[in-house]
Design a protein around this ligand. Structure first.
Ligand SMILES: Nc1ncnc2c1ncn2[C@@H]1O[C@H](COP(=O)(O)OP(=O)(O)OP(=O)(O)O)[C@@H](O)[C@H]1O
Ligand SMILES: [Mg+2]
Length: 248
C-alpha cells in the first residue's frame, strides 16, 4: 500500500503565487479526479509534484510513503514511484519511442530490463492500446497526433508501473475510440490495486469509463470542494461559477 500526501502546498511561478494551500491524500487503489476552470492551477500542481524547475515550492510538503519528494531530483522522484503524464509532452528528435521507453524503465528500476523481456512487454503494451508496431521506431512525440501522444503516455505508465500516477488531461483531444482504449489502459493499470491515480480532467466523459472514487474541485489554487463521482455530474450541469466567485 502506498500513499501520496500533499500538505498545505504553496507554489509560485515567477514570484506569482499559484497554489495557495493544497491538501490531498491519494492511497494506492484509489482514483482521484481533479476538475476545475482554466488557469486554476491544476497543471501547476502536477508539475510541482514532479519537480519541474519553473515551479517554486514556497511552503508545504509532498510525501510519498513518508519520503519527502520535494527533497528529490526529478529522476529520484520517478524512482520513488511517481509518474507524470503531461498536458503538453515534449518532442525528442533522434530518440525512438522504443529507446526512450527502455531508458525510462532502466532509470526507474535502476537496471536495464533484459532486451527480450522488454521487447515482449512493449509489444503486449502496444497491442493492448491498439498502437501500430511501426510506432516504436518513430522519434519520440515528433509529429505524433494528439491521440497518439496520449496512448504513448499510457503505454509508458504501464511499462513503468509507478506507485502513483498523475495524468494531466490524458483525455483531451481523443476521439471516442481512443478515449475508450486509453480508459481501458488506465483501468487495467488500476486493477492491480497497487497504484493510486490522480486524474486531472475537464470532462466527465472520461469519468464514465474511469470511475473515480473521489472528485475534487480546484479553484483559485486550492481544493474548494470534494465529493464522490456525483460531484462531476453536478459540475458538468452547473459549471464552476459558484467556486470562482467564492475564491476570487
Ligand atoms: N511557467 C509559467 N509561467 C508563467 N505563468 C504560469 C506558468 N505556469 C503556470 N502559470 C500561470 O499559473 C496559472 C495556473 O496555470 P495552470 O496551467 O496550472 O492552470 P490549469 O488549471 O492547469 O489550467 P488549464 O485547465 O487551462 O490547463 C495560470 O494563470 C498560468 O498562466
Ligand atoms: Mg492544465
Amino acid at each position: 500500500m502506498s500513499t501520496l500526501e500533499i500538505r498545505d502546498l504553496h507554489v509560485a511561478v515567477e514570484d506569482k503565487e499559484i497554489l495557495r494551500g493544497v491538501n490531498l491524500t491519494v492511497n494506492s487503489g484509489q482514483t482521484h479526479a481533479i476538475m476545475g476552470p482554466n488557469g486554476s492551477g491544476k497543471s501547476t500542481l502536477a508539475y510541482a509534484i514532479a519537480g519541474h524547475p519553473k515551479y517554486t515550492v514556497t511552503g508545504g510538503r509532498v510525501l510519498l510513503d513518508g519520503v519527502d519528494l520535494l527533497e528529490l531530483s526529478v529522476d529520484e522522484r520517478a524512482r520513488a514511484g511517481l509518474f507524470l503524464a503531461m498536458q503538453y509532452p515534449v518532442e525528442v528528435p533522434g530518440v525512438s519511442v522504443s529507446n526512450f521507453l527502455r531508458s525510462a524503465v532502466t532509470a526507474v528500476r535502476g537496471e536495464a530490463p533484459k532486451l527480450r523481456e522488454f521487447a515482449k512487454d512493449l509489444k503486449n503494451g502496444m497491442d493492448a492500446l491498439s498502437i501500430d508496431p511501426a510506432f516504436a521506431q518513430r522519434n519520440l512525440n515528433e509529429g505524433f497526433s494528439g491521440g497518439e501522444k496520449k496512448r504513448h503516455e499510457i503505454l509508458q505508465m504501464e511499462l513503468l508501473n509507478p506507485k502513483i500516477a498523475v495524468l494531466d488531461e490524458t483525455d483531451s483531444g481523443l476521439d471516442v475510440d481512443a478515449l475508450r482504449v486509453v480508459s481501458e489502459g488506465i483501468n487495467r493499470f488500476r486493477a492491480t490495486g497497487d497504484t493510486g491515480v490522480l486524474l486531472i480532467t475537464h470532462y466527465t466523459r472520461i469519468l464514465r469509463y474511469v470511475k473515480p472514487d473521489f472528485v475534487h474541485v480546484f479553484a483559485g489554487g486550492r481544493i474548494v470542494e470534494a465529493g464522490g463521482p456525483e460531484l462531476a455530474d453536478k459540475l458538468e450541469a452547473e459549471g464552476y461559477e459558484q467556486y470562482t466567485k467564492a475564491s476570487a
